[in-house]
Structures are given as structure tokens and as C-alpha cells.
Design a protein around this ligand. Sequence first.
Ligand SMILES: [Zn+2]
Length: 61
Amino acid sequence: MAQTKLVVTCKVCGTEFELPEDVMDGEITSCPTCGARYIVKLAGGKAVLEEFKGDVEDYGE
Ligand SMILES: [Zn+2]
């Protein structure tokens, strides 16, 4: 089965980075360069980034 690479572009710094192929719709990801957080939206075999507005990850500190 051919896997399409899920490459997305950070809206903040423009870095292109690849998502894991098992990434799930609604998963939180962050830019490896600037750390901006996004929600991954999967649609039609491709991934798009949606700005992360929540505060789910407060317990990381
Ligand atoms: Zn970035």
C-alpha cells in the first residue's frame, strides 16, 4: 500500500515538517523549529494544520 507522506508547513516560521504516518485526526503536533502547536486535521489523505487554541498541554511543565 503506497503511503503518502504527510508534510505540513508551519504557519509561524514556514518550516516544512513531516508527520508520523500513524498520526490521527485531531492529534496535537508542534513545529520542530519554533514549537508552535497545531491540531492535525486529516482530510482526503492529506494533513492540514489548524491552530491550537486549547490548553490541553498545561501538564507538561
Ligand atoms: Zn514553526
